[in-house]
Design a protein around this ligand. Structure first.
Ligand code: NIG
Ligand code: FE
Length: 411
């Protein structure tokens, strides 16, 4: 038994005795909070919280949070943190004027990462991904989704998924695994893409599912990558094995990706830099969560997704980092929240809900993390002294979390 008591919390954020599993539309601006609060955890779980008038007397560890906010840890529902090498040479090519799509057409981009992945050892991949995981936990991430998709051969996709499985076993935070064999069509399949899709469906999916290596199946459904028809075929095959859909869509154009995600009951459709009324309409009649990745728009210089239109229409928006070597080489969730507020006009409360409870729901972890509630994991942050919650996105780039607590222990 080990217990942790946090006392004199200026404001305990996203704390509620009524269960909150997802927030949509106007509710996204509500962040239930308790001022002058305490929180007690035991064996890694939140067991009670309240106002200082009835604070418990003792615990194994007692922290004082005078002038500080306590928040649920970030739930990052979209990352690619297993990769063999960084791609800063493409970053410099883009500074010189090439676009992300031009680089991809030349065999750079995802295919560049795939070549390096095929040559990498499982040990090196694990060491790199482990360091990234440790880094993002230090920035307050308390649950994470990780994708394959830089393998693009059976052997190499399995290598990535084995690394993700190891991370899952050793990680102090929940990890969800996604199979993304359909991330790009390898060069050797350029003129026979149906054969690559058959490889995914007939050879990769059965092994991935048979070994229990992934919970989800993703497809990069976009201009120059996979068509809605191909995406549909892959997702339907995945669902036969019990792998739920979560896809990349509408990053490079209006392509029908959102609709194909919704039609396949995707848990989330991610990116959505190009989203019109029809996409919003499709999402409104579904349980699919639009997940926005502003680090990618920031880094590639593409349009930001229209979060305002989505929230104002009543949708539940989630925010994630997309940490990957090509389009978003950062897993810094506080920066994601700053961009969401500064460039996408989300209110601080909306952005925090999007990066916590809605991200948790997008990973089916809403009963485990994403808010302060009895029974959930004590995955929390204690801020530095702040006058209001808006300071968090306002001081973009600053380390706002003074302490990160995972399973009731300061890390
Ligand atoms: O989410 N858009 C597709 N996949 C990744 C980027 C992959 C890469 O460039 O390595 C993304 O942005
Ligand atoms: Fe991605």
């Amino acid at each position: 038994m080990s217990s942790l008591l946090i006392r004199n919390i200026r404001t305990l954020v996203s704390a509620s005795h009524a269960p909150r599993h997802i927030v949509r539309g106007a509710e996204m601006a509500d962040l239930p909070a308790i001022d002058d609060a305490w929180l007690l955890s035991e064996n890694g779980r939140i067991i009670a919280f309240g106002n200082m008038t009835d604070c418990p007397e003792r615990a194994d560890t007692v922290l004082d949070a005078t002038d500080r906010f306590v928040l649920p840890a970030w739930c990052d529902s979209h990352t690619h943190i297993v990769f063999a090498a960084t791609r800063e040479e493409e970053f410099v090519d883009r500074i010189r004027g090439l676009s992300y799509e031009e680089i991809a057409r030349r065999g750079g981009g995802i295919l560049n990462s795939a070549r390096k992945m095929q040559a990498a050892s499982e040990e090196d991949l694990l060491a790199g991904a482990r360091a990234r995981l440790r880094e993002v936990i230090g920035m307050g991430t308390g649950a994470i989704e990780i994708k394959s998709g830089y393998g693009l051969t059976l052997e190499s996709e399995l290598k990535m998924l084995h690394v993700i499985r190891k991370l899952k076993e050793e990680s102090p935070i929940p990890v969800k695994a996604t199979f993304l064999g359909a991330h790009a069509v390898p060069l050797e399949y350029k003129d026979r893409r149906e054969d690559y899709i058959s490889l995914i469906i007939n050879e990769m999916l059965p092994v991935v599912a048979g070994e229990g290596l992934a919970e989800y199946c993703d497809v990069f459904c976009d201009k120059g990558f996979f068509t809605p028809g191909e995406t549909d075929k892959i997702l339907k095959s995945a669902s036969v094995y019990g792998l739920k859909a979560r896809i990349h869509a509408n990053e490079l154009g209006i392509t029908g990706g959102v609709q194909v995600g919704v039609a396949n009951n995707a848990l989330s459709v991610d990116h959505l830099e190009y989203t019109g009324d029809e996409e919003i309409e499709a999402l409104l009649n579904s349980s699919t969560i639009p997940t926005l990745l502003p680090n990618c728009a920031f880094f590639l210089g593409i349009p930001y997704p229209n979060a305002r239109a989505m929230i104002d229409a009543g949708l539940p928006v989630a925010l994630a980092s997309d940490f990957n070597p090509g389009s978003a080489p950062s897993g810094n969730m506080p920066f994601v929240i700053s961009l969401a507020c500064i460039r996408m006009k989300m209110l601080p409360e909306e952005a925090i809900n999007a990066a916590t409870i809605n991200g948790a729901r997008a990973m089916e972890l809403e009963n485990e993390v994403g808010s302060v509630a009895v029974g959930k994991r004590a995955n929390l942050m204690i801020s530095r002294p702040m006058n209001s919650l808006a300071v968090l996105p306002y001081h973009f780039g600053s380390q706002i979390a003074e302490k990160v607590i995972i399973n009731g222990q300061v890390v």
